[in-house]
Design a protein around this ligand. Structure first.
Ligand code: URA
Length: 198
């Protein structure tokens, strides 16, 4: 960790790449994507296998589902900022497959300082925490998504806690999945409205 200030996202991302090199079971830094002053920032858990390979957040199955929900909620992804609480894919190798490993609390806390420097540069009007890992990083305490889902304040910034899109992917029953998707879209609409209030 450092007490340095960063003039731009590029500077911040370069410093993160130096601070968090890839290693066995840990991918490279996948930087946030979007412009400074994007009105909405979306924070996920960590990049997945597809994100690690492409070097971009939310481009795999969860990202495609998020994209569909954004369209339904009339949120333009091009005007949103996408990032993750933890910037590296953590995995265990099983043969040729890389199996997602949840980041440990220590890893989330260790990267939190960097997440806040990033948010301070982007200055979104609302931050959407997708799932418990993002919630923990932003609220600076463990959050229970089912109980606390809804508007929240993250370090004096307007925020919203909702489910992670990969949770929707795992629901086996198609009617339940559709209902959960619609509830997720409603959350995104609420978050958008919160970001638009002055
Ligand atoms: N899941 C996340 O939390 N972030 C990504 O970028 C992709 C999947």
């Amino acid at each position: 960790m450092t007490d340095r200030d960063f003039a731009s996202l590029e500077e911040l991302n370069d410093a993160m790449r130096r601070e968090f090199p890839s290693a066995a079971g840990v991918g490279g830094v996948v930087a946030g994507e979007g412009s400074i002053l994007a009105p909405m920032a979306f924070v996920g858990e960590q990049p997945g296998d597809a994100e690690d390979r492409e070097g971009r957040p939310f481009v795999g199955p969860a990202g495609r589902l998020l994209d569909r929900a954004l369209v339904e909620a009339e949120i333009d992804r091009g005007e949103a900022y996408m990032t993750n609480a933890v910037k590296q894919f953590h995995f265990t190798e099983r043969g040729k497959r890389r199996i997602h490993r949840k980041p440990r609390t220590g890893e989330i806390v260790h990267q939190r300082w960097w997440l806040w420097r990033e948010i301070d540069l982007v200055r979104p009007t609302v931050i959407v925490a997708l799932g418990a890992t993002a919630g923990l990083a932003l609220a600076e305490r463990p959050v229970a998504v089912t109980r606390e889902r809804g508007p929240m304040t993250f370090c004096n910034r307007r925020g919203f806690l909702t489910v992670h899109p990969s949770y929707l992917l795992r629901i086996p029953d198609s009617a339940a999945k559709q209902a959960a998707f619609e509830a997720f879209v409603d959350d995104l609409k609420q978050a958008r409205a919160i970001g638009q209030t002055t």
